[in-house]
Ligand binder design. Structure first.
Ligand code: EAX
Length: 326
């Protein structure tokens, strides 16, 4: 019996036995994230790559790219749609431009906590939304996680929504966020994540908002003094693959990719959980002033007029279906 492992000796044996070299070919694919490898997103794609190789006996090799080295999240998603890049793991920041139905997930104060968000994304609502990518040439393999977003700035401690008035904040290129943050009185400046550190450093903007996992891995403590744990919106991530590339896989390999994405999500969420435990102490030790006692109902209240519009845009029943999901 010949063992079909990919070692050099197995390859030599296979060739000697008359198998064509192409039957043993390795297909290389690329996956990217916009933040550093040492992060909850880095661990997601590292785990995915390892699991794909394992589950396909090395027939697929996944090359991993970090810190937007192949392009920012919007460019990466475009590249996946076009097929010039096979895979990416991205936040939903730029996704409304591609799959507008996903916008609903970016509504502030929609999710109570991590358990609620994860249950919605893993349940029927999340699965329905993953299928919406198909018609746009993208196969969405699984929902992952970026985390609950918090505000940082270089001007003043933010204790109440009034303190946000007039702050110039970088936001994601996401229409739901831009609309909501105007409701806080913030002056939103949408830009790609890859430009944020420099924009904060040079004072082009006063602040930004991101989950603790991103704030720490991007070292925003070096350019921001104040952090307030507003947790104003949950930020999902998603594993995306070019649909043509996915459709070409055998049925068994499709399962391998889907299962590998699930393993990636597990590792991703575990890292978010551990970041959440350590980040505040870590950021304080690095000199940030952290407001951790936040009256969230006041921040939520500031968005009442915006919420009226969101109910029109998304339908109250659809928002309630997410809010009330158990
Ligand atoms: O995906 O753009 C953002 O603020 C995202 O949260 C960040 O790039 C991580």
């Amino acid at each position: 019996m010949i063992s079909f492992r990919m070692g050099a000796s197995a390859l030599a044996l296979a060739l000697a036995a008359g198998f064509s070299a192409s039957a043993m070919a390795v297909t290389t694919m690329r996956i990217s994230v916009s933040i550093p490898q040492n992060s909850h997103q880095g661990v997601a794609i590292d785990t995915f790559a390892k699991e794909v190789e394992k589950r396909t006996e090395g027939r697929y090799k996944i090359q991993t790219f970090y810190s937007a080295s192949l392009g920012a999240e919007r460019e990466a998603t475009e590249a996946v749609q076009l097929g010039t890049q096979e895979l990416t793991f991205t936040s939903t920041g730029p996704i409304p431009n591609f799959v507008p139905e996903v916008k609903i997930l970016d509504v502030p104060f929609l999710f109570r906590d991590y358990a609620h968000a994860r249950a919605v994304l893993d349940g029927p609502i999340g699965q329905e939304l993953l299928q919406k990518f198909d018609a746009r040439g993208i196969k969405a393999l699984a929902w992952g996680e970026n985390g609950f977003r918090h505000m940082t700035n270089s001007k003043r401690p933010v204790n109440a929504p009034e303190d946000l008035k007039g702050l110039k904040m970088r936001t994601m290129e996401n229409p739901v966020h831009v609309q909501a943050y105007k409701g806080f009185g913030i002056i939103p400046t949408p830009m790609a994540f890859s430009e944020v550190f420099t924009a904060l450093q040079q004072g082009t903007v006063d602040g930004q908002e991101n989950p603790l996992s991103v704030i720490t891995s991007a070292k925003f403590d070096q350019v921001q003094k104040y952090l307030t744990l507003t947790g104003h919106v949950y930020s999902p991530c998603v594993f995306l693959m070019n649909k043509g590339a996915f459709d070409k896989l055998s049925a068994a390999d499709k399962t391998a990719f889907l299962e590998a994405a699930k393993e990636g999500v597990k590792a991703n969420r575990m890292r978010v959980d551990s970041d959440e435990k350590m980040a505040v102490a870590d950021l304080r030790a690095k000199g940030m002033t952290v407001v951790d006692q936040v009256d969230k109902t006041r921040f939520q209240g500031a968005l009442t007029p915006v919420y009226a519009d969101f109910e029109k845009q998304f339908g109250k029943a659809n928002l309630d279906r997410i809010r009330n999901y158990k």
